[in-house]
Design a protein around this ligand. Structure first.
Ligand SMILES: Nc1nc2c(c(=O)[nH]1)N(C=O)[C@@H](CNc1ccc(C(=O)N[C@@H](CCC(=O)O)C(=O)O)cc1)CN2
Ligand SMILES: Nc1ncnc2c1ncn2[C@@H]1O[C@H](COP(=O)(O)OP(=O)(O)OP(=O)(O)O)[C@@H](O)[C@H]1O
Length: 211
């Protein structure tokens, strides 16, 4: 029987994405504790070299999981500079979406269904997307065009699908280890591209966004 040829390219992309996701997750999980610590310190240094980032006051980040680049030192440095930091919370009513809530040193935290710490929901501390100036996104793989692939839940893609139309739009900054860069992320139509990627070693400015 003939295979249904028009469906092949679609399944090809999703197979490629899953294989790449597995490969890069193993790569970052293989980093030693020392390499992770150094990377987290280098991230703070890279961040501080970017005037377009250091001028910002309202910054969303994430708490690391699964070998992701550790954001703890960056968050502490931002708190010291009196910046407001926000973290994602799995949306309480809209499955697959995120909300962002302020994170302070004394914020009560709970573990979400993926085992990632998130602030306990407090509606008075939520921040709307147009008021967040920069979102630091976790990712599994990125390329120099600013394409990003995450853990496969589509949370950031869904939540940020309309954020590009916000006035002003939050700057979307991928945070990753250098070993997470690939030649070309297999892109899907819903993938939201990044304005910038910061690794412990470099800042990648996709051509489409360089000003
Ligand atoms: N640090 C961090 N926080 C984040 C994300 C992220 O990628 N990293 N997310 C980005 O969207 C959202 C959560 N999405 C996630 C999706 C899948 C898994 C995960 O570990 N999946 C496991 C299966 C776990 C299970 O089914 O219980 C896996 O694939 O092995 C984690 C987070 C919001 N917060
Ligand atoms: N804007 C959107 N609207 C509806 N569904 C979406 C949207 N974006 C992504 N999805 C769905 O989410 C699923 C996972 O998408 P994808 O593999 O791109 O996630 P990811 O980028 O790895 O995850 P994340 O954004 O959470 O880091 C896909 O099945 C996709 O159809």
């Amino acid at each position: 029987m003939q295979p249904c040829s028009w469906s092949l390219p679609l399944s090809d992309i999703s197979t490629k994405r899953n294989q790449l996701r597995q490969l890069i997750r193993q790569r970052r999980q293989g980093l030693s504790a020392e390499q992770q610590q150094q990377a987290a310190i280098d991230l703070v240094r890279q961040f501080s070299t970017q005037p377009q980032l250091t001028k910002l006051q309202h910054i969303a980040l994430y708490l690391s999981n699964d070998g992701e680049l550790d954001t703890d030192p960056l968050i502490k440095s931002l708190w010291q500079q009196k910046k407001s930091v926000y973290l994602p919370i799995l949306h309480p009513h809209k499955p697959g979406f995120l909300v962002f809530q302020q994170y302070r040193p004394d914020t009560p935290m709970i573990s979400n269904k993926f085992g990632i710490l998130e602030p306990e929901l407090d509606p008075t501390q939520l921040k709307a997307l147009p008021e967040i100036e920069m979102i630091g996104l976790p990712l599994v793989a990125f390329d120099k065009q600013g394409n990003r692939m995450g853990m496969g839940g589509g949370f950031y893609d869904r939540t940020l699908a309309n954020a590009v139309f916000c006035q002003p739009a939050p700057l979307l900054v991928g945070l990753a280890h250098q070993c997470q860069q690939v030649e070309q992320v297999p892109v899907e139509s819903w993938d939201v591209p990044l304005n910038l990627v910061v690794t412990p070693e470099q800042v990648v400015t996709p051509l489409a966004f360089s000003r």
